[in-house]
Design a protein around this ligand. Structure first.
Ligand code: MV4
Length: 451
């Protein structure tokens, strides 16, 4: 096992990684920007390195500064967390070239999954169902029209370098197609420097359900069941849970088997997530693979009892997984609510000075915190300031705990989405498990416009 690692991230995930390291007496080196001098994780780490100005390009995305800090600290490995450099193949490669271990999959597989067309092809070859559509880049509008007519409208026009909804659009007719194709291609070129586009059939009223996978360097691969992440707003997840209230045992098994097929075909190592769209008839289709630890990983930890950061460290250090698929069972139900510094009605970010943070302390609650009670929430970064995770014997028990906890959760000085979260978890459709990607549009927005 490593004796010291550097964490190339900030906020709650840096704190989360430090916690597991402390359990195993692994020393931690943090990096921080001028805006994060006072952040809890900077104190919690054994040592910390100021790497630059607040803007991410000058700090958390600055590879040279991060490598320099890693060298200076004597760390043997770098944990990239999520976002930032975590799915940057060039960074993973650079870390390796510097003689350090990147705590994640190989640079090659990161690059392969970053290209959504390449990913579709690998998954198809692995026998994983992919959304019907093109398996190569679509060159121009004429070709796009022919393909869309063949697939049948509505279709999704997507950028190969995209993900998270950028460079993507739903198109319902031939008339809309030319503009959609060209404008998304332009956006993709601007954002990603890559205008490759592809077309898929649009799955109607889908759920977003993802499978957590884990694989070591000795040929062992496991899945840790699914997370239901359908409740999102503008491609930002709000509430996630495990297991999904929608999946039958049969579909759960099929999705898990598919995910394992994918991992084995890819030669994937470390923790990863395979995202699927699931339609109303429980047909599932590969969407994207995330080659990192995810924000919502705690719900999987709660229902399986596995510490995913511990497993990432062990795998990266070359250890074999010490348990097998048959050892894993789903225990109860877990839900995560993301606490954002934003207005519950307008969704505008609300950075600023916290004056109070008072956390509920009921049993079965877990807090992941980016802030303390008098933190300044910086406008430079993602407005997620905390996560509240609950675990209960059943979905009903978990929802009840979450509702009670949200009612006790106190944040003052800045606006938060606590009100929004309370409205969602008490919504009758949520209680019935009607968690689809249009939940906020269909049930939340109409409810607040009435109030
Ligand atoms: C889709 C889709 C329907 N059909 N693809 C949104 C983010 C990006 N990762 C893929 N997305 C979608 N792709 C096909 N063929 C619907 C979405 C989608 C969505 C997916 C997951 C969670 C929330 C979503 C919200 C809107 C659209």
């Amino acid at each position: 096992m490593f004796s010291k690692i550097l964490i190339a991230n900030r906020g709650e995930i840096a704190a989360r990684i430090i916690r597991t390291c402390q359990r195993f007496n692994i020393k931690t080196a943090a990096v921080f920007s001028e805006a994060d001098q006072d952040a809890p994780y900077v104190q919690q780490a054994d040592e910390s390195y100021l790497i630059g100005k607040p803007r991410v390009n000058e700090s958390y995305l600055n590879v040279e500064k991060i490598i320099k800090a890693a060298k200076e600290s004597g760390a043997e490995a770098i944990h990239p967390g999520y976002g930032l450099l975590s799915e940057n193949a060039a960074f993973a490669e650079r870390v390796k070239q510097e003689g350090l271990t990147f705590i994640g999959p190989s640079a090659e597989v990161i690059a392969e999954m970053g290209d959504k067309i390449a990913a579709r092809n690998v998954m198809k070859a692995a026998g994983v169902p992919v959304v019907p559509g093109t398996m190569e880049a679509v060159e121009n509008v004429t070709e796009a029209k022919n393909i869309a007519e063949e697939i049948g409208y509505p279709v999704m026009v997507k950028a190969a370098a995209g993900g998270g909804g950028i460079g993507m659009q739903s198109v319902s007719s031939n008339e809309e197609l030319a503009k959609a194709f060209e404008s998304n291609q332009k956006r993709a070129k601007t954002f990603f420097g890559d205008g490759k586009m592809f077309i898929e059939k649009q799955i109607i009223n889908p759920r977003h359900i993802e499978i957590q996978v884990l694989a070591d360097h000795h040929g062992h691969a496991l899945h840790l069941f699914e997370r239901e992440c359908s409740i999102q707003r503008r491609h930002q997840k709000v509430i996630e849970e495990a297991p999904s209230p929608f999946l039958s045992e049969e579909t759960r098994k099929k999705m898990g088997d598919s995910a394992l097929q994918a991992v084995q075909t890819l030669g994937y190592t470390n923790a990863g997530t395979i995202e699927f769209l699931v339609d109303e008839n429980e047909n599932f289709y590969f969407l994207e693979m995330n080659t990192r630890l995810q924000v919502e990983h705690p719900v999987t930890e709660e229902i399986t009892g596995i510490d995913l950061v511990e497993q990432q460290l062990r795998v990266a250090a070359g250890e074999a997984l010490s348990f097998s698929q048959n050892d894993l069972v789903i225990n109860g139900h877990a839900i995560e609510a993301r606490i954002y510094a934003e207005d519950s009605n307008t969704f505008y970010p609300s950075p600023g000075q916290l004056t109070k943070l008072s956390l509920p302390e009921d049993p079965g609650l877990r807090h992941e915190l980016a802030v303390h009670s008098n933190s300044f929430v910086s406008p430079f970064y993602d407005p997620m300031i905390a996560k509240l995770i609950v675990h209960g014997e059943s979905r009903e028990a978990a929802v009840q705990k979450l509702t009670a906890a949200l009612h006790q959760y106190e944040i003052e000085g800045i606006k938060s989405n606590i009100t929004m979260l309370k409205r969602i978890v008490t919504n009758e459709h949520y209680l019935q498990g009607h968690t689809t990607t249009s939940f906020i549009q269909d049930y939340y927005l109409p409810a607040i416009s009435k109030s």
